[in-house]
Design a protein around this ligand. Structure first.
Ligand SMILES: [Fe+2]
Ligand SMILES: [Fe+2]
Length: 274
């Protein structure tokens, strides 16, 4: 074992645990620091599932730009211009930046889960960091950087609303907001490809492939928590969606991706019934 992970006197060093490092990466404000923080979390980091961690001030860490505005104020631009495509890629990069934060947040905030839970969300955090980086690099090629366009904060708002309720977090973040990404991806991909931007379209393909896995992880742990609490998953979802004011999901739904992510026939029927 790496001796740096044990503090003098044989006590475990608090800062090197997997969940402790997730909290530190969540607090990191610049994107390079956040990505470095995620990369630094090793598979063999000490994992204390039971420890209740205290929040740090200023969560989530984020850079001073992009400026956060109301969703209605985010302008939709034409795909015919490079600026328009950059604005779309920037919106996706911002979603991925938030997604890194969401995966890190669930790791530190919710104690008492099995080891596999934290390892699943570490995998998600790493993949979200990769998605952010792919989009950031593509933006760079087009002459833009993360922060150049205003963005909205809908993803993180839902994280705050569900910060005391793991079942609600699982229902409304991975199974609602990330799953909505599955529905939106084919259209975004086609817009970019239709504008002749095959490289950006290829990044959206990678993201969709990985996001199916993230929603599957959300479904797995949502159903595990429902079973523990003796709740029926479809009825429980409807109740949580109403209580936490989940956005109303509209089709077209990517049923193939949703099935691959573990939604069953009852859930897809409830979704389509609106
Ligand atoms: Fe992602
Ligand atoms: Fe994701």
């Amino acid at each position: 074992m790496d001796s740096s992970k044990t503090a003098p006197g044989g006590q475990e060093d608090d800062t090197h645990g997997m969940r402790e490092q997730a909290l530190a990466a969540l607090a990191a404000t610049s994107w390079p620091d956040k990505l470095a923080g995620v990369r630094a979390i090793a598979d063999d980091a000490r994992l204390d599932c039971e420890r209740v961690l205290a929040p740090i001030a200023g969560l989530p860490g984020r850079p001073p730009r992009p400026e956060l505005v109301a969703p209605a104020e985010v302008r939709h631009r034409s795909m015919a211009t490079q600026e328009g495509r950059a604005a779309l890629l920037h919106a996706l990069a911002h979603i991925e930046f938030n997604a890194v934060n969401l995966a890190l947040d669930i790791m530190w905030r919710f104690a008492g889960m099995p080891e596999a839970f934290y390892r699943d969300w570490l995998r998600v955090a790493r993949e979200e960091a990769l998605h952010f980086d792919l989009l950031r690099q593509r933006l760079d090629t087009l002459g833009y950087e993360y922060g150049d366009f205003p963005a909205h904060n809908g993803l993180w708002d839902m994280a705050e609303r569900t910060q005391d309720d793991l079942l609600a977090r699982l229902a409304l973040v991975p199974r609602t907001l990330e799953a909505r990404g599955l529905d939106a991806s084919p259209m975004i991909r086609n817009k970019l490809a239709g504008a002749g931007d095959a490289q950006s379209a290829a990044i959206v393909d990678i993201i969709l492939r990985d996001e199916i896995g993230h929603v599957a992880i959300g479904n797995h742990w949502y159903k595990q928590q429902c079973a523990l609490a003796g709740k029926e998953p479809v009825a429980c979802y409807a109740e949580l969606a109403a209580r936490y004011q989940a956005p109303r999901l509209r089709g077209p739904f990517n049923l193939e991706a949703r099935r691959a992510a573990g939604f069953d026939d009852d859930e897809l029927a409830a979704l389509q019934a609106g």
